[in-house]
Structures are given as structure tokens and as C-alpha cells.
Design a protein around this ligand. Structure first.
Ligand code: AMP
Ligand code: AMP
Length: 337
């Protein structure tokens, strides 16, 4: 029996569900807080389960386990269910849950990226150590760039840190360059790393400020913020593509040393900023499908190099699960509790 692909109704659920349908797998979506109406609009969704709140998710687990569901996590899983619920979920989980802890803790994530030998922005222990301004002050747990503070000088940084009242934070070099988010997929079944697509984010108001003349910016004293509101496609200079692959491979190799022997698999994203010397600076890793892949429900210029049919990240996940099921290898791609 082929597994049922299940996910939570938000973020990239439509892409995941459509991908399951395209691969001939049944799908279901769990929608909280009245979001079920959206998912009932689409004919490719086999089943919509409405629950009042995300906190009610665990009451569905027995039923999902019985039905052999495979949960495909996305950006809402940790944001809305919390890391603990993700860790103790009894339903089959696509991906390695041991990665969650390494991704969720800024210091551990930094150690992982440093061990992988990918270039990361400088970090400073205290305002007095800063070698180059401006810097970004990132509070831990800030989601999607909300609450970051761009500090132009030591005085402003010290005042802001004082206002944090001891809350954990990171002082990071602000890299001036082009932001580029690379969407990878590591296939356990084929033992191969694929780059499926890339995007850049539109972040407000950081992306709006550049449209104002400098003289007016000066009168407003603008405070840049980085709340993501949308995504746009991008392709990379081909001469830099091999470097992007090598960064992805090093991150996977490091995960096998630091996290466990199985390491990272499935979809992940390196968030990078590229400087004029054509160097990548990795600012973050996301270890699941990212919302920027929603641009490519119908495939991308990169996916087309591997597949002769439209291949989204959501569909790629469904294909891996289907091939694993057909080959009796589900234990290699699904983390069971
Ligand atoms: P939502 O589905 O909009 O409620 O978002 C769920 C989580 O995913 C939040 O933590 C968002 O910050 C993140 N998220 C949603 N959309 C995007 C996007 N386009 N790019 C990056 N992160 C996103
Ligand atoms: P993050 O929470 O790390 O995804 O960051 C949110 C946004 O802040 C990113 O998408 C970038 O636009 C910006 N950002 C984060 N870190 C840096 C950095 N070190 N240099 C420049 N921009 C950054």
C-alpha cells in the first residue's frame, strides 16, 4: 500500500499536496483555525481535516498512524506546533528529526555551518569587538527577520542591547550584497544532491527603502526591518553553480559527523548573501521545504536539468517517498517515533 502524504494547511501545503497527486499518492491536509476553506477550493486535495487550533493536532495522531500517513514538515511545523510536538510526533515524519535541535539553536547551527567550512558572516561577542559597521543584532527565536536591528555604530548597538534586558542575541556582520536562497534536495534513494530552484525574498521595509531618494531617507531616519512578504525567482551565474553544489555537499557531510550517521536529507535551503567578489556568505540554513519553492509548482530552470517533467520540491518529496515505498526503503526516508 502506498503511503498517504499529509501536511499542515499553510506555508507550502498546496505545493506538497499537488506534488503528491502528481506522483499518484493520496494526500490529506490538516487545517486549523478556519483555514480549511482554502484547501477545499482545489480538486487535487483528497481530504481536508479541520481542527479548531494547532494545539488539537495530537488528537489526530492515532488515526494518522493507522492510515500510514507520512507528514511532510514545512515552515509552519516548528512555528505553530513547536519543536517539542515535532520531536514527539508519532506519525511518520519525512526527514531526520534529530536535525531540528541543530537548526533551531543559533549557536548549534553556527557550529554546523562552521564545521562544514562554508563561509559565514563574522560574529562578535560584544559591541567593543565589532571590526566593521553596520552589524545586525539578532535576537534568538526571532522568526522570519522580525525584530532584527541594524546598528550603524557602537552607541546605537549598546543602547539596543541594554533594552534587551539580558535576552540572548547575536551580533553579526551585515553583508552588503545580493541575497540568494538556494533550494536543495538530497535524495537518499538516488544518493544524489539536486539543486531544484533558487529565489530571493522581498522583505519589508528593507526592500522598500531603496526606492526612496537618499535625501528623503535622511529626513525619515528609517529603521530597516526584514519581515518576508513574498519571493521572486532568480538564476545564478553558471560559473558559481558548482560552488553552490559544493556548499550543499559539505553541509550534508558535516551533518553526518555532528548530528548522526544519517545526517540531513530531503529538501533544505542555504540562505546566502553574495558580495562583489562573487563570494557566498551563508546566513542561515532551513532544513525543510522553504516557501520560496512555491514559485516553482510547475518546475524551474534547475529542476528541468534533472527531470523531463515539471518537478516542484513538493513533487520531488512525493517521488522520493513513492520510490522508497516501492523499494521497501521507507525506513531510510521516514523518521518513525
Ligand atoms: P505562514 O504560513 O505565512 O503562517 O508562515 C509560517 C512560517 O513560515 C512563518 O514562520 C513564516 O515566517 C514562514 N514563512 C511563510 N512564508 C514565507 C516565505 N515566503 N519565505 C520565508 N518564510 C516564510
Ligand atoms: P534570517 O532570519 O537569518 O533569515 O534573516 C532575515 C533577513 O535578514 C534575511 O533574509 C536577510 O535579508 C537579512 N539578513 C540576515 N542576516 C544578514 C547578514 N548577516 N547580512 C545581511 N543581511 C542579513
Amino acid at each position: 500500500m502506498l503511503p498517504v502524504i499529509a501536511t499542515l494547511g499553510s506555508h507550502s501545503a498546496l505545493q506538497i499536496l499537488k506534488g503528491a497527486r502528481d506522483e499518484g499518492l493520496r494526500n490529506l491536509v490538516i487545517a486549523a483555525g478556519g483555514k480549511d476553506t482554502l484547501y477545499r477550493r482545489y480538486g487535487f486535495v483528497d481530504e481536508v481535516i479541520a481542527i479548531p487550533r494547532y494545539a488539537d493536532f495530537e488528537s489526530l495522531e492515532d488515526d494518522l498512524v493507522t492510515r500510514g500517513a507520512v507528514m511532510v514538515p514545512h515552515g509552519s511545523f516548528v512555528a505553530y506546533l513547536g519543536e517539542e510536538v515535532n520531536q514527539r510526533m508519532r506519525v511518520g515524519y519525512y526527514g531526520n528529526r534529530a536535525v531540528l535541535r541543530w537548526e533551531g539553536d543559533r549557536d548549534m547551527q553556527r557550529r554546523w555551518l562552521e564545521n562544514a567550512g562554508v563561509p559565514v558572516p563574522a560574529e562578535y561577542a560584544a559591541p567593543a569587538d565589532v571590526a566593521e559597521w553596520p552589524v545586525l543584532l539578532k535576537t534568538h527565536g526571532a522568526a522570519g527577520g522580525a525584530g532584527y536591528f541594524l546598528a550603524p555604530n557602537r552607541g546605537a548597538l549598546e543602547r539596543r542591547i541594554e533594552a534587551l534586558d539580558g535576552a540572548p542575541h547575536t551580533i553579526q556582520q551585515y553583508v552588503v550584497g545580493v541575497t540568494l536562497y538556494v533550494h536543495y534536495f538530497y535524495s537518499v534513494i538516488h544518493g544524489r544532491l539536486e539543486i531544484l530552484s533558487m529565489d530571493r525574498r522581498y522583505e519589508t521595509n528593507a526592500d522598500g527603502l531603496g526606492r526612496l531618494p537618499l535625501a528623503i531617507q535622511g529626513t525619515l531616519d528609517p529603521k530597516p526591518s526584514y519581515v518576508v512578504v513574498g519571493n521572486a525567482p532568480l538564476v545564478l551565474r553558471e560559473s558559481m553553480l558548482e560552488t553552490a553544489y559544493e556548499m550543499g555537499e559539505r553541509v550534508i557531510a558535516a551533518s553526518r559527523e555532528l548530528i548522526d550517521a544519517r545526517g540531513l536529507w530531503g529538501p533544505f535551503c542555504l540562505e546566502t548573501v553574495i558580495t562583489p567578489d562573487r563570494r557566498f556568505h551563508v546566513i542561515e540554513i532551513s532544513c525543510r521545504i522553504v516557501a520560496g519553492t512555491n514559485l516553482f509548482v510547475d518546475g524551474s530552470p534547475y529542476a528541468a536539468l534533472f527531470f523531463d517533467e515539471p518537478m516542484s520540491t513538493g513533487r520531488r518529496i512525493a517521488r522520493e517517498v513513492r520510490e522508497a515505498a516501492e523499494g521497501g526503503r521507507m525506513g531510510e526516508v521516514v523518521d518513525a517515533a
